[in-house]
Design a binder for this molecule. Sequence first.
Ligand SMILES: Cc1ncc(COP(=O)(O)O)c(C=O)c1O
Length: 354
Amino acid sequence: MLEDSLRTSLLALVGKNETPFFALSLEKLKQNEQEFLQTARLYFPKLRVCYSVKTNQFPEVLKALSTGFEIASLEELRLVKSKKVFKVFNGCCKKEKELEEAVRQDAIVIADSFSELEKLNAVRKKIKRKALKIGVRLNVASKFGIELSKIPEFLAKAEHCNCKVVLLHAHPGVQNSLKDYESFLKDFKAAVKLWDFEFLDFGSGFPSFPKMNSLGISLHDFLKVVKKELGTTLDDKIIVFEPGRILVADSMILVCKVCAVKELNGERIAVLDAGINVLQKIVLESFEFEPLTENLGQKRQFKLVGPLLFGNDILGTTMLNLKENDLIAVKNVGAYCASLAWEISYKKPKVFVL
Ligand SMILES: Cc1ncc(COP(=O)(O)O)c(C=O)c1O
């Protein structure tokens, strides 16, 4: 349930703005950040946390966070340029301009291929740096990084290019179960045992806090698995995490309106002014629909659909008593929704800060 003060703030925004719109709670964002930092520090005192900028690059989000950043493009580098914090630059398609800007910002470039070493060497020479400290992405069943068996060759080539590989990185993919996470760590462990890196960067893949609650698991459970799997090999290492959705997912709410209610083939249908153009399945988050205004009367099943002239613009079902002009708060939309929203027929919803 939305807290009363949050509901009041959202209704105040509705009074002045057209729906649909996003509302960003900086309070929630900071709360998530603190929870993540405090929990992770319990397990890893030598910790660097790099917020994954692509998850939500709204300037107020980047401004509010005290973390470092995981960056994936020139555009993202520009967004965090003024912040002198620990940065890692990731990606499998880095261009020369991006590499140069990343190096100028003292980000640790996480190399994804052998040829990137040559590009980095050219950048190093161009901007007259004697040597570079870089990272390497370990391939873990994906299109990214370098296979475990080729890491020795990679390290030798890096040395030849005046690049010292100080960081080992891998990312387990999205919204992991504890079991998936455990098997990802086994792959990571194989490399950690063989070479001595200063930084071990585990990427992220943590579900959002609401998702973890619904699954009855916590961040402690994930971090305990890291300790269990890697044990003493972690001693003296600086541990890096690149959280995205766990920090931002529930820091944003989408406010939308029921624009039409109808019965069709025995189903009650509520047409909202935001659909799959804003709430995309690829985001892999559990959106929650809650009425913003009083929802009295008998609750009935409604199919929630969006405004697009696409038959598959369907968001799900809900048990409510919906009428036209009712306002709906959609929760857990802070990760990826704003950046991935399509501009088809409608503009992207604006973002307001609460
Ligand atoms: C390399 C890397 N790090 C961090 C993240 C953020 O992951 P999450 O949203 O699971 O926290 C991503 C997301 O795809 C990623 O690709």
